[in-house]
Design a protein around this ligand. Structure first.
Ligand code: 2HG
Ligand code: ZN
Length: 405
């Protein structure tokens, strides 16, 4: 870093490259700094419930390692079998279980960071509480590799929840499904996962995985809901309450996955929906997020806008967080249409999302592909503050240039 900084050579840090906003692309050339070889789990501290890892550790490898000690690292992006912890820090990654357990930000205590100058700092302390000046740890989390390169991560762990139930509720109306999401919480339930899924997403995933998954014509939306904990009776009681709420919310049927293989089958389908969409056609994936009671309006408005532009979309995502992934499918549209008119459709969807109290990215970040839309969501003053913070960390602007703003 010292050399590149002195020579004004761009450096783009890169983890596993599973990011969805082009954040690890070296758009100005220079050096791509691969972190895959910094892949050791330095320590699992079973007394303090902490893990110290390097950025190139795969998310699921960490989860499986700490599970052997009865501990849990909850953040579970769909790409958890491939993505690195370092990339999860860069984007403050979420995933289905963020609903109950929070996102990456909620588990990071301290970071060793190499600054563009080559100086090495720790941003916090290995403590569960921190109020010793500005929180530089949280400033680095979500900075998409533009402020510093994370070389060690101290994570908080929690006890592993030993039991869970997985429900699949089907609805004739996607609006009813979206409405049921806030009813579930207002009815006193606190699921660990509450995913909204359109049937097309299941069909694409089933084709991609070459497995069977029937989506009857009558079903126009699903909710995939998990309830977890350590007390089977309490979980069963909450499932009954959930069943009552879903039935009152016009659901057609509620299936309970009881065996591990049934649960794994559903999760495999859910987690491959992004890849399946990509495999079926060129697509633009959006990561809109609104207060969850506004999901019905976001979904309905999106479909109206897409129809007006003749665009097919497939929607799924973390409904409990109000975080809806809208995958816009290119299909047979021309490149010209795809690169111009479709951007107008995206702006309309983002304006709708913001008008509902939301913003343009809940977990995938801005990177390269959402940069042009950021001013829709944040003010010029906010962007100026971000620019000044960037200049403070990286006065020569060599680190991951061209991203976010
Ligand atoms: C998911 O929730 C990921 O599946 C990826 O955030 C979403 O690729 C996508 O659209
Ligand atoms: Zn997601």
């Amino acid at each position: 870093m010292k050399y590149c900084n002195s020579k004004h050579i761009c450096v783009t840090p890169r983890g596993a490259g599973t990011g969805l906003s082009g954040g690890a692309l070296p758009v100005y050339g220079g050096v791509v700094l691969g972190l895959q070889r910094m892949n050791s789990i330095v320590k699992v501290d079973t007394e303090n419930f902490q893990a110290i890892v390097e950025p190139g550790v795969i998310n699921e490898v960490l989860q499986q390692t700490v599970k052997e000690y009865g501990l849990f690292y909850p953040p579970d992006p769909a790409s958890k079998g491939t993505c690195f912890i370092g990339g999860n820090i860069a984007h403050c990654s979420g995933g289905p279980r963020a609903l109950k357990y929070g996102t990456t930000r909620d588990y990071v205590l301290n970071l060793e960071v190499v600054l563009p100058s080559g100086d090495i700092i720790w941003t916090g302390a290995n403590t569960l509480k921190y109020a010793s000046g500005y929180n530089l740890t949280h400033l680095i989390i979500g900075s998409e590799g533009t402020l510093g390169i994370v070389t060690k991560i101290v994570l908080k762990l929690i006890p592993f929840p030993t039991q869970n139930s997985l429900l699949l509720a089907s609805f004739a109306s996607p609006i009813d499904a979206c409405r049921a999401v806030s009813s579930i919480f207002m009815g006193g339930c606190s699921p660990s996962v509450c995913e909204f899924i359109e049937p097309l997403a299941f069909r694409l995933a089933a084709d991609y995985l070459q497995v069977a998954f029937e989506t009857p014509e009558t079903v126009q939306a699903y909710l995939l809901i998990e309830i977890d904990g350590n007390n089977g009776e309490l979980i069963a009681k909450e499932c009954e309450n959930m069943y009552t709420i879903l039935t009152e919310g016009n659901c057609l049927e509620v299936l309970l996955a009881t065996t591990t293989s049934e649960k794994e089958h559903l999760w495999k389908l859910r987690r491959s929906m992004g890849e399946a969409s990509k495999k079926s056609t060129v697509y633009k994936e959006e990561d809109t997020v609104v207060p969850r009671a506004q999901l019905p309006e976001l979904f309905a408005g999106t479909k109206t806008i897409a129809a007006r532009y003749g665009l097919r979309t497939v929607c799924y995502g973390h409904a409990g967080d109000g975080n809806l992934h809208i995958n816009i499918l290119k299909d047979e549209h021309s490149d010209a249409y795809w690169n111009h008119e479709v951007k107008e459709a995206i702006k309309e969807i983002f304006r709708l999302c913001i008008s509902l109290g939301g913003t343009i990215s809940g977990e995938h970040g801005i990177g390269l592909v959402q940069k042009e839309y950021l001013p829709l969501a944040v003010s010029e003053i906010q962007i100026d503050l971000m620019r000044n913070i960037k200049r403070c960390f990286d006065p020569n602007l060599i680190l991951n240039p061209g991203k976010i703003f």
